[in-house]
Design a protein around this ligand. Sequence first.
Ligand code: IVH
Length: 684
Amino acid sequence: MDLFSEIEEPEREELKSLRKELEEANYKYYVLNMPTLSDREFDEKMHRLQDLEAQFPDMFDPKSPTQHVGSDLNVQRNNVQGTKGFETVKHKYPMLSLANSYSREEIEDWVRKLPSGVEIVCELKYDGLSISLWYEHGVLVRALTRGDGVQGDDVINNIKTIPSIPWRIERNDIPEFFELRGEVLLPWERFEALNKEREEQEEPLFANPRNAASGTLKLQDPKEVARRGLEAYLYYMLGDQLPGTTHFERLETAKQWGFHISDAIKVCKNVDEVMAYIAYWDTERKNLPVATDGIVLKVNNLAQQEELGFTAKTPRWAIAYKFPAEKQLTLLKEITYQVGRTGVVTPVANLEPVQLSGTIVQRATLHNEDFIKSLDIRPGDRVWVEKGGEIIPKIVGRADRNDEMSATPSLNDEMMYSFPTVCPECGAKLVRVEGEAAWRCPNEAGCPPQIKGKIEHFVSRKAMNIDGLGEETIDLLYQKELLHNIADIYDLKLEDIAAQERLGEKSAQNMLAGIEASKQVPWARVLFALGIRMVGETTAKKIARVYNTIDSLQEANSEQLCAIEDVGPQIAENIVAYFRDERNLAIIERLRKAGLQFEGEAAEGPQSDKLAGMSIVISGTFSQHSRDEYKALIEAHGGKNVGSVSKKTSFILAGENMGPEKRKKAEDLGIKLMTEDKFLEMIQ
Ligand code: IVH
């Protein structure tokens, strides 16, 4: 076999296995409604398959997932246009954003600078995704996302699931064409129900209703979109032959035509009325069913709007006042400590329950010892709790202890705060690594939350994906001394599991089937599942591509590991330390005997570590492979592709017409140039 076809072979295999994988993913997504790949993973794999098919035209197959769509509806995924198969359409009028400010003074200034007598319409600023609805002869024909402002994706099938959006308007007083813009939202109640469901199914939670609405609007299955229950508020009508001379009149008209327009809209005649509106909704918005993040002020008169015009990005006739992130003052009852799977001890504030951004908050993170000390926070204090874009609320400050509102000083006067010195779970002496903010429990093998946390991580969906082994079951089996570490999972017997109250024969069988199936999970995910500190899903994939067996990885030293993209000295050190620990080696041996995949498939591309530890610069044009392919080859053989020539460069992979500057620098530093033929021979 010549050199070239030997390089081709793994790619042909990869092409075949990608077709199989995508076919299966389509089936699970569209037919079973149980996606196994994230949209992003799906897209990446589909793109890779498209590239490979272009590279090997002899392997064309009309049945390939690139050639047909996997749907019972006319929704397409991954066609050439648009993201994920939505049709991309140019907006009739660009979709601009709004100038905004967090300062009430600036808003007052903005109003005062308007010509006198100008009316201002105040509206709520809904915190969702903007949408542009096109109506032709009264029929909804397009629903475009903002996209890049110039063109957006048509998500009409998903928009049609929103009950308040009419598909057709039966009136004879409407223009031939008009456009309505508004915001798509997932109401608080729906958001919470969705996250609860996702928690039960161990799916990642949405951080806020906006993210949830955005994820929902981009789904490919309108049935699922309908189930989630989106809502929309409309706030802007555009078109050439529209009735009315003011913005407010237009919204009133839209309301009459049957559109969902907020009742909170108010025409204000002066700055005081505007500021009163802001003050009122600042508190009242907490009672709304959907998320809002500010107030929008718009010049009412359309002729005046036109006079003021637009900047490149925003209209001059509108501005948004943004509410600061919502904070609440509440009593800090107690500080408890949570030990994570890697032993990090996180202080947690246990609070007097408080309503915040639509949910009741009782616990919030206090980050670490330094944070607590810098704010001098003690139990008994009244603390500020804030919910930003993240799911976990955080403490951001403390009220003055002399403040009337604060707790009795005697409660906390004497007690200077000190971080525990021993693990609250197992009693081991805590350690704090220099340069790190966190205290850690070093008792990896004997500390219950670390043991259970490692098992939970191991069985999680993106790792070994073992169904039937949730948090509670792990806890139960741990209590019953059936599970102490990840290797014990493969020793579980039907009778042991079935003998447990709450479990029974049926769940025992399911669990064992899940455990059995996990033996086919590919090497990259097994590596992620081992739970080596800082080796996340993506890093594990990158490592597994270079080190395609656990044995080769075990032998790698820090320097070699650092040659892998995304692996820095800290991660490299964690990997080396992991394999230095005899207990880990014993567990790996047991897992190996159980039949887990500790070798990557050739199709995943890890070829060798022939370039391990090398930094290689690519320069010029090539005839046998593209630059991107050479980059992938370097990485697949353990090397690192770097952009510029330095002392550390191992050699330059030089093609035709190499840049003169790089050539000069290479000469000055005495760095070798290698032709592509030589390079291919080297990695053979
Ligand atoms: S008017 C040309 N009104 O805020 C001005 N926008 O930060 C068109 N938004 O992209 C926008 N509530 O998605 C307008 N009552 C409201 C709004 C609103 C929310 C969003 C909209 C816009 C973004 C700008």
